[in-house]
Design a protein around this ligand. Structure first.
Ligand code: AMP
Ligand code: ZN
Length: 113
């Protein structure tokens, strides 16, 4: 996708602190961390939001969560607990329109608003 920030990170055109990569997904540290551990896990293929993933491509969501499990283990937050979330559309506050799974942990997280 021409003007997508996260596609540019996938293509190596914009730097990111990468923490995990496989054929389908890439993970990197969030540039404005909201918790001691705050990573974003994205499909390498561009989908603007969860709503835009066609049924046949939904298995990529399982790949995002598989990466989240691995990263939770390697960072130690699997033991203390963590939150995963995907913002979708205006009311969620989604600002980057390339699907991403937030992985947050390392402190007691507040209730969701
Ligand atoms: P969302 O509100 O779910 O769309 O969240 C977008 C997230 O992307 C925010 O937490 C931002 O801090 C993060 N972000 C924006 N630009 C970058 C970047 N260049 N590298 C890493 N994270 C970024
Ligand atoms: Zn994209």
């Amino acid at each position: 996708m021409n003007d997508c920030l996260f596609c540019k990170i996938v293509a190596g055109q914009i730097p990111a602190a990468k923490v995990y990569e496989d054929d389908l997904v890439l993970a990197f540290n969030d540039i404005h961390p909201a918790a001691p551990t705050h990573m974003l896990i994205i499909p390498k293929e561009h989908f603007p939001s969860l709503q835009d993933i066609p049924q046949g491509k939904l298995p990529v969501i399982a790949s995002l969560f598989a990466a989240a499990q691995k990263l939770a283990e390697t960072t130690g937050i699997a033991k203390t607990g963590y939150r995963t979330l995907i913002n979708t559309g205006p009311d969620s506050g989604q600002v980057v329109f390339h699907v991403h799974l937030h992985l947050l942990g390392g402190r007691k997280l507040g209730k969701l608003g």
